[in-house]
Design a protein around this ligand. Sequence first.
Ligand code: ZN
Length: 100
Amino acid sequence: MTPATVVRLTAVALAIVAVSDVAPQARGHAWLALTALALVYGLACWAFPYGKCRPCKGMGRFHGGLGGIRLCKRCDGSGLKLRAGRKFLNSLRRHARRGR
Ligand SMILES: [Zn+2]
């Protein structure tokens, strides 16, 4: 299990505790932890906007069976993908700029 998977599973568990009656006494702490997690994720997306492209695992290309190479269609051969959180931040920024 990668560290990212552990963080995702923790976030899901916290969300379940925060909105359901599984552990009512821990609900406040769960919301606090979720908020902290969201802030850290937002900062990470601001500092590191790109993640690895998943289909090509950040390589940007695939190797064919006969020694050929073809570029990844998803990332156009860059191996990078804009993270979901950064897309959200960019859309917020666009929205704020349009409002001015
Ligand atoms: Zn790719």
